[in-house]
Design a binder for this molecule. Structure first.
Ligand code: ADP
Ligand code: MG
Length: 326
């Protein structure tokens, strides 16, 4: 349904998007995940024809956005990061304006009423947009995207700036819309894509680093335990000892702490609890362990885990090919 191939966007010598390639199948809810500045809005704006790419192609339902922008745009409902609302208009006036702009052919009254029912804004239909809460304004933005009944919906960071209740409501609404539409949801919030999406495409620094079913992303993130340990002892030797404990996959010194102790970041296989063997090994050396802390995974860690996984997969593939030649 959506096909992006080799999209590159350069600003001067800086790449906002670099050879971005992915497809979204009809009926799918795809999560486009990446930290701020990753290139999500750039990619969405190119896909929707708001921005031209330096190179690459974007097709919607087989239609190239550059070759036939009007036909391609008619297939897309887009909620940009900054929704294009007119604060002085009422919801009714605004949606009628969008209806005209899109040259919609559906029965005007019935169509707009139906949209308002779906996004639950019927009760503010005659209110001026300026006076609506942020949550309601975001709904009006979604209503605008639905005018003309496009099969593809693209939402760029739709929950930013909303309160927790509004966030849940908007997520549920997107999930519902996903039953009848092909959806791209762009966000920097990992739990958001995990809650809503079937598949996740991860972008970092303008490049796609993962394209996986949602459950596989969870697998890349899990399987690893991260802790910090504070130990009093000769730090290089302590580090060597930590690395020798079975189950430890990674260890580094992250700083000096109280009582002349050193802090170590340690990653280990989540099926092996390294705390007891590590404690006894340190006690044997009379290097006191004076603190330990669990470290959660944030988005940055997820990227590292994914990039790591990708590199390992590629190496395995290369290794396999070498093997075949023999
Ligand atoms: P995201 O939506 O993932 O936060 P963006 O697509 O907005 O990221 O931006 C990607 C990168 O491109 C950022 O580093 C941003 O600073 C840069 N960028 C975006 N628009 C412009 C522009 N008009 N001129 C120069 N750099 C830009
Ligand atoms: Mg953005």
């Amino acid at each position: 349904m959506i096909e992006i191939r080799g999209i590159t966007k350069r600003y001067g010598d800086k790449y906002a998007a670099k050879n971005v390639t992915f497809t979204v199948n009809a009926g799918e809810i795809m999560g486009f995940l990446g930290p701020n500045g990753a290139g999500k809005s750039t990619t969405m704006n190119i896909l929707t024809g708001y921005l031209s790419a330096t190179s690459g192609t974007a097709r919607i339902d087989g239609i190239d956005i550059l070759q036939d922008p009007i036909a391609a745009k008619a297939k897309i409902g887009f909620l940009p990061e900054q929704p294009p609302l007119y604060p002085d208009l009422t919801v009714k006036e605004y949606l009628n304006f969008v209806y005209d702009l899109k040259k919609c052919k559906l029965d005007r009254k019935k169509h707009l009423e139906e949209i308002c029912r779906v996004v639950e804004i019927s009760d503010v239909y005659n209110r001026v947009i300026r006076n609506l809460s942020k949550g309601y304004r975001q709904r009006v933005g979604i209503a605008q995207a639905l005018v003309g009944n496009p099969p593809v919906l693209i939402f760029d960071e739709p929950t930013v700036g909303l309160d927790p209740k509004q966030i849940i409501d908007i997520r549920n609404l997107i999930k519902d819309l996903g039953k009848e539409h092909t959806v791209i949801l762009s966000t920097h919030i990992l739990p958001e894509v995990q809650a809503i999406c079937d598949r996740i495409v991860v972008i970092n620094k303008g490049e796609i680093v993962a394209d996986e079913k949602t459950e596989n992303i969870a697998r890349a993130v899990e399987g690893k335990r991260r802790m910090t340990y504070n130990v009093c002892g000769p730090k290089d030797e302590v580090l060597k000892l930590i690395r020798s404990i079975p189950g430890v996959t990674y260890a580094e010194i992250i700083g000096n702490r109280e009582l002349d102790s050193t802090a170590f970041l340690v990653e280990s296989d989540d099926k092996i609890d390294i705390r007891k063997p590590l404690f006894f090994a340190l006690a044997d050396k009379r290097w006191p362990l004076i603190g330990m802390d669990v470290m959660g995974m944030d988005l940055e860690d997820v990227f590292l885990a994914l990039v790591d996984q990708k590199n390992r997969k590629e190496e395995a593939r290369k290794g396999g090919r070498k093997g075949e030649k023999k």
